[in-house]
Design a protein around this ligand. Structure first.
Ligand code: PLP
Length: 416
């Protein structure tokens, strides 16, 4: 290793805690990366760890107030075996489509513990959810009218909560989903009138859903958002002269993906929420509370393994060409909601303990320059046949990438 060879290296994001080596190889669930690839029968492959999922939920419960229910927002990872496993760990599921509802039901989730948000719910999705007994987080007055009509036609009382478009957003979040004009939820000032209409309609009024953003790592911003959410819930409840049964405080807990990013302080967030719960205004003092988390629960528990199929040099730069790519890991290529491309945490999986000695680009097999998985990373020397691991692949990987691009098809997925 020389200074010259590593000088143009770009940093990578931090490898999540909990990953170790067996015989010098990255190991997940007691098996080496090579064993996992062999058992799966092919690469590329997503590996999700039961142990890391379980640890994440238990750490979260330990830090959060007891009365806070934990929901899994399943859009980040709807892999059926993972859903079944998560169903044993969390208190509820948050869905964003009729297709997700079917997957959750098939995984054994009780419809009582499901809520369904998302703009643009079709009539057939509303009908299926109402008949199954899933709570609808209404996104508009129009959706309320359709839900009531569908409930009447099917002779079922709909369970209705209101998704509020808050007047604040989650500061520093990767994706803002509240504050200003949005396609999500009902503008806060119109919510009290809608609540009164829901109650007057004879529907089963369930409560409020307030979601302000995603992927936040700033502890202070998360605490502030939760305080603002409680304040807003209290104000809307007072204005509608009601006490909601349930209040969904949203989520937004992020994970570090990129160089320099650090986890937020979970204990500080839990402590602040505990204090807020001990001083709730009357109108929301008896409510049940939940948060809905996606990537925070599952993101760090997944690894994408892809095999090197070629090694070549072009104008002095070394390229490791893999059998994977952005069709499975769009986010790692920098094409899923990021402004500047930065490197995800990455390793040569079967040389996990080896010394770094060269700077390489790791690319996918697609015929597009966008298919760059890692740029100028300093890694152990890798050859054709070696396995590359991209971490933070448990959320928004398999389900949020264009797997049919260039006829490539899906990656394997396993839960170990
Ligand atoms: C996407 C989404 C989530 C999950 O977001 P994460 O960043 O994965 O935690 C939760 N709730 C709603 C309403 C969402 O749209």
């Amino acid at each position: 290793m020389t200074g010259a060879s590593s000088s143009k290296a770009k940093p990578t994001g931090p490898i999540p805690l909990g990953y170790g080596a067996i015989d010098g190889e990255l190991a997940i669930g007691g098996k080496t990366a090579s064993q996992l690839a062999e058992e799966a029968g092919d690469t590329p492959l997503f590996v999700y760890s039961r142990e890391l999922l379980k640890r994440r939920v238990s750490d979260l419960r330990a830090a959060m107030p007891d009365q806070l229910a934990i929901h899994y927002a399943m859009k980040g990872n709807p892999f059926p075996p993972l859903l079944e496993y998560m169903n044993g760990l969390v208190d509820g599921f948050d869905l964003a489509s009729g297709g997700e509802m079917e997957l959750a039901l098939a995984a054994g989730v009780n419809a009582e513990n499901m809520s369904f948000a998302g703009p643009g719910k079709r009539d057939r999705e509303l009908k299926a959810a109402i008949e199954a007994g899933v709570t609808l987080n209404l996104e508009s007055e129009g959706e309320f009218a359709r839900a009531v009509a569908i409930g009447e036609r099917s002779g079922t009382t709909p369970k209705l909560a209101v998704r509020v478009n808050p007047s604040f957003d989650l500061k520093g979040s990767g994706m803002k989903m509240g504050g200003g004009a949005k396609q999500f939820g009902v503008d806060a000032e119109r919510v009290p009138a809608l609540i009164k209409e829901i109650i007057a309609s004879g529907a089963d009024w369930r409560g409020l859903h307030i979601y302000a953003g995603s992927q936040a790592l700033n502890t202070g911003a998360i605490i502030e958002m939760q305080a603002a959410t409680l304040e807003l819930a209290a104000r809307l409840s007072d204005e509608a002269s009601t006490s909601p049964d349930k209040i969904n405080l949203g989520g937004g807990f992020g994970i570090p993906y990129f160089p320099g990013e650090e986890p937020f302080d979970l204990d500080a967030v839990g402590g602040a929420l505990g204090q807020a719960f001990s001083a709730l205004p009357d109108s929301i003092a008896e409510s049940e509370y939940c948060i809905e988390l996606g990537r925070y629960l599952v993101g760090e528990a997944g690894v994408y393994l892809t095999r090197i199929v070629d090694r070549k040099v072009s104008h002095g730069e070394t390229f490791l060409i893999t059998d994977g790519g952005l069709h499975h890991q769009l986010a790692a290529s920098g094409n899923f909601g990021t402004v500047i491309r930065r490197n995800y945490p990455i390793a040569i999986a079967n040389k996990f303990d080896a010394e770094a000695e060269e700077v390489v680009d790791i690319v996918g097999c697609l015929c597009t320059p966008l298919d760059l998985l890692s740029n100028n990373v300093f890694l152990p020397r890798a050859e054709v046949g070696d396995l590359v691991a991209i971490f933070c692949a448990g959320a928004y990987g398999a389900s949020a990438s264009p797997m049919n691009f260039l006829g490539q098809g899906a990656a394997k997925e396993i839960l170990v």
